[in-house]
Unconditional design. Structure first.
Length: 276
């Protein structure tokens, strides 16, 4: 299967260009905002629509600023030192979930202080909506043609035109000059969109609709995301400048996801222990 030739620019108006990558993040945030509004309109909600609007503004800032800064720190610090303005070129791709996650935690802390809300009251509320942003963002990665997986013989593996994906063919796959097409690769971005995005959203949406102890929804998010990301990393090609951290298989993504799983399991046990 040949990777489709997708123009990363949705609309160009003179010097102003709207990129699919940014548009997908916007769609994900709007979907989360709409579903949050749906939930707070139900009887017995402890939230108002105005509070949701304010909260999601904080979340959006945390995702964008934390995601970009996290990518620079975790995956591209040397490149940033050589080109500091790369931090501002969001349309080129390069957003770290783990950086965005830390940015959201900081945003929740600041929002809680301002509005006198408990930290886990906030994180339990927003956790079901975060996978929608992940789903949209990974589709943006697919359109941008980044985050490819390893070589595969599965029927949905995608071949890349090497003249368009020189960094993949030359630097990651080490193919000889003049190679026209790469071997079929795992569409890793779509795996993440399905598991970390669609499936995790469904799990959290159904779980949070029940009566659950404080901190349980946040814990399930950590366990779910960390587990899915850890598994998917086995078929994802690591960044060339980082490679594998240990054993020829352990990646930076797995290193950052493992604490999420451990902390999530501990939080879940604590949440339910308090109810007994």
């Amino acid at each position: 299967m040949l990777y489709p030739d997708i123009d990363p620019v949705v609309l160009a108006l003179g010097p102003v260009k709207i990129h699919w990558y940014g548009l997908t993040y916007l769609i994900g945030m709007l979907a989360g905002w709409w579903l949050a509004r749906v939930r707070v309109n139900k009887p017995g909600s402890e939230w108002t629509a105005a509070q949701v609007d304010d909260l999601l503004f904080y979340v959006a800032l945390g995702v964008i600023l934390g995601g970009r800064v996290g990518y620079i720190l975790f995956y591209g610090f040397d490149n940033w030192l050589a080109d500091p303005l790369a931090l501002l070129r969001l349309w080129e791709g390069g957003m770290s979930f783990h950086g965005g996650f830390l940015g959201v935690l900081l945003a929740m802390y600041l929002y809680g202080r301002k509005h006198q809300r408990g930290f886990f009251q906030l994180t339990d509320f927003i956790a079901p909506f975060i996978p929608l942003g992940l789903l949209a963002g990974r589709i943006g990665n697919f359109i941008n043609g980044e985050l490819w997986g390893k070589v595969t013989d599965l029927p949905w593996g995608m071949q890349l035109r090497c003249d368009q994906f020189v960094h993949v063919c030359r630097d990651k796959l080490l193919l000889p000059p003049g190679t026209e097409l790469s071997p079929p690769l795992h569409p890793n971005q779509l795996y993440e969109a399905l598991l970390e995005g669609a499936l995790l959203f469904l799990i959290l949406w159904l779980f949070s609709a029940r009566q659950t102890p404080r901190m349980a929804v946040s814990a399930l998010f950590l366990i779910g995301y960390g587990s899915f990301r850890f598994m998917i990393e086995f078929v994802r090609m690591p960044d060339v400048h980082i490679g594998y951290l240990a054993g020829g298989w352990f990646t930076m993504g797995q290193l950052l996801s493992l604490p999420m799983i451990i902390i999530g399991v501990w939080m879940m046990s604590q949440a339910y222990r308090r109810t007994t």
